[in-house]
Design a protein around this ligand. Structure first.
Ligand code: SF4
Length: 320
């Protein structure tokens, strides 16, 4: 597993400009599928429109219980609902199995790393094509609800991939979990959604989300500015009283990342108390040192710091 960023720091300033972004949603975009909000939710639209109406399905990667390892609810016992597919493709992503399903996508990420000046010998070890049929399954929403309730933990973290690609499908699930059929011990879940901040939430989903964990991607992620910085989405998420913004800071482009975070905060009105910094890395001893360096920055700027508790406790393993 990747332990240090392989990208020379001087290559980080602009990101990788590309004419057209290739993503795991491309097959749906090519089929011309659009949802009622435009073209940003092709997976949602696929699940919504096929067979002439709503298919009560979510495109699921995995469901498991653990403790929340990052952010303001660090340490809270939680059920994690990980949805498949992402509209971005960060080279350091530790859940590539949720979106890296084609040779074309693999070549695209490899090309980006090449353009960023990374030697092939330093490419992430998990950079490979995953089998979509084994990793992403269409599961009925009722079944997802039963599996979540079976853990008997009323704290749900919806993550991915990019879960907001399926936000229309999430609404009925979250409505049930928040309200149930009459209040009882297993309803009234606390719901967090983890998102890369590139998709604007609809009015329908807002009442069912207690906390938005927004993690906008920086130039050092390898995604183009067009793909990662969607103005409407960021403005909308920044204006919510229950949103936090978690930024991954890489060691090799420490200063550039921090400048970019400051610039995003100023352009989208993100107050320092909403900002959480997290060191990039999947190796416990390296993360510890990086987190210590970042904590000094947080002290000065009034940001928060978060460790990656799951890495410290379990290493870089799935289902933690
Ligand atoms: S946005 Fe998140 S899930 Fe998507 S590729 Fe980047 S790190 Fe992975």
């Amino acid at each position: 597993m990747l332990e240090t960023s392989p990208i020379p720091s001087q290559r980080f300033t602009e990101g990788v400009p590309r004419d057209e972004d290739v993503s795991a949603t491309e097959p749906y975009i090519k089929r011309g599928i659009r949802d009622e909000h435009g073209s940003q939710n092709p997976v949602d639209a696929m699940l919504y429109e096929e067979n002439g109406g709503r298919k009560h399905l979510l495109l699921l990667s995995e469901i498991f219980s653990s403790v929340q390892g990052e952010g303001v609810n660090l340490g809270s016992p939680s059920v994690f609902l990980r949805l498949a597919v992402c509209n971005l493709h960060c080279w350091y992503c530790d859940t590539k199995y949720t979106w890296l399903y084609s040779e074309k996508m693999l070549q695209s990420v490899r090309a980006e790393l090449g353009e960023l000046g990374v030697d092939e010998s330093k490419f992430p070890s998990d950079l490979r094509v995953y089998e979509r049929s084994a990793e992403a399954r269409e599961v009925p929403i009722k079944e997802v609800e039963s599996r979540i309730r079976a853990f008997e933990i009323k704290h749900l973290v919806v993550t991915g991939g990019e879960p907001m690609l399926q936000q229309s499908q999430l609404v009925p699930l979250l409505r049930e979990l928040k309200n149930g059929s009459g209040y009882n011990e297993k309803s009234n879940f606390y719901v967090e959604i983890e998102t890369n901040g590139s998709i604007k939430p609809t009015e329908e989903i807002l009442p069912f989300v207690d906390q938005w964990n927004v993690s906008p991607k920086l130039a050092s992620s390898g995604n183009s500015t067009f793909a990662r910085e969607r103005k409407d989405a960021l403005k909308s998420l920044a204006s919510l009283p229950n949103s936090f913004f978690k930024f991954v800071v890489s060691q090799e482009c420490f200063d550039q990342d921090l400048q970019e975070i400051e610039s995003l905060a100023s352009r989208y009105g993100i107050s320092p108390r909403k900002i959480i910094l997290m060191a990039e890395g999947t190796e416990a001893s390296i993360l510890k040192d990086r987190t210590a360096s970042l904590s000094k920055v947080c002290e000065k700027r009034g940001y928060r710091i978060t460790p990656r508790l799951q890495i410290l406790l379990w290493g870089n393993r799935r289902g933690t």
